[in-house]
Design a protein around this ligand. Structure first.
Ligand code: 3HC
Length: 284
């Protein structure tokens, strides 16, 4: 099937990054959120990111205008009536996701694919909230979505081969490298990355090193482009905790127990870059 118009649900860090990549790749994009002010903020940030590319000579001003011209915002699911694909990037809460998938199922045309950017939740469970389980699939991008080359593709129990091939084609058109992962909490990257970040937070809590020492050690000793604590701040400490909690619950194995310090930071509202304070301080 041919995909021309994509709705991106959720205009947070991942949703707006995915919307930017989709519009840059030539797709018509509808960015949906619950409040117009979130959409306006996301579109303004995308405009700024594209302007930087113009200044670096990677895009012309005309390219930028065309990309922005392909993007529209909406606060209504009813506007999904002519989309071919929805990429959902809302909060990591299964009850909320199920309600949203039900609404998408009612409002999207019957051929439309519903793809989730979930970090760790079950695609099969979201699919079961719809009458089109064959057209529900995981399409997992990485932060910053405009830069990171990987897209994990995760078929649920009833996802059709046709859906999977269509998503692979979209990922490639977005200039990403698709990798298939079996449905299991965290798929491939987060299954390995999040326990590593959690261990870095445990090491910090035990005083094995300071924030800077741990990050420098992992950058210079393990070749990471940024240290695990800076990465936690960029991804969002609430997201890291949410994924760690899914692992702890689903695998019922104490090796996945989230660090107490992660919980404390979330309780304090220190969620990383987005709140101006995490393991480091940021100017908002
Ligand atoms: N948004 C858009 N573009 C960005 C960006 C952002 N947030 N951050 C950096 N860039 C761009 C820069 O503009 C620059 O572009 P250019 O080559 O056209 O000039 C390019 O990326 C390189 O940036 P910098 O030179 O400023 O910095 P670095 O070379 O240090 O790269 C980084 C920054 C790409 C963020 C790099 O540090 C990195 O790869 N970090 C690891 C990121 C990572 O692991 N992400 C996965 C997180 S897990 C996840 O997302 C899953 C989820 O489910 C939890």
């Amino acid at each position: 099937m041919s995909i021309g118009k994509i709705a991106v649900l959720g205009s947070g860090t991942m949703g707006s990054g995915i919307a930017q990549v989709a519009a840059l790749s030539g797709y018509e994009v509808l960015l949906i959120d619950v409040d117009q002010k979130f959409i306006d903020r996301a579109l303004a940030n995308i405009g700024k990111a594209l302007q930087k590319s113009v200044e670096k000579g990677k895009l012309t001003t005309e390219d930028k205008e065309q990309i922005l011209g392909r993007m529209k915002g909406s606060i209504s699911y009813e506007d999904c009536k002519d989309v071919d694909l929805v990429i959902e990037a809302i909060l990591e809460n299964m009850d909320l996701k199920k309600q949203v998938y039900q609404k998408l199922d009612e409002n999207c045309p019957s051929h439309a694919i519903l793809a989730s950017n979930t970090s760790s939740l079950s695609i099969t469970e979201m699919a079961a909230a719809t009458k089109r389980a064959d057209k529900v699939v995981g399409m997992h991008f990485f932060n910053p979505a405009a830069v990171m080359k990987l897209v994990e593709i995760i078929p649920g129990l009833d996802t059709s081969d046709e859906t999977v091939s269509a998503i692979e084609e979209v990922a490639k058109k977005m200039n990403k490298v698709p990798v298939y992962a079996k449905e299991s909490p965290g798929f491939i990257v987060n299954r390995i990355l999040v326990p590593m970040i959690n261990e870095a937070v445990i090491a910090l809590g035990e005083g094995i090193g300071t924030v800077e020492e741990i990050d420098t050690a992992m950058k210079l000793g393990a070749g990471m482009p940024m240290g695990p604590l800076a990465l936690a701040d960029m991804v969002g400490i609430d997201i890291v905790l949410a994924v760690a909690e899914v692992f702890h619950k689903e695998f019922a194995d104490s090796k996945y127990r989230p660090a107490l310090l992660l919980r404390q930071m979330v309780r304090a509202g220190h969620l990383g870059v987005k709140t101006g304070r995490g393991f480091y301080k940021y100017q908002k």
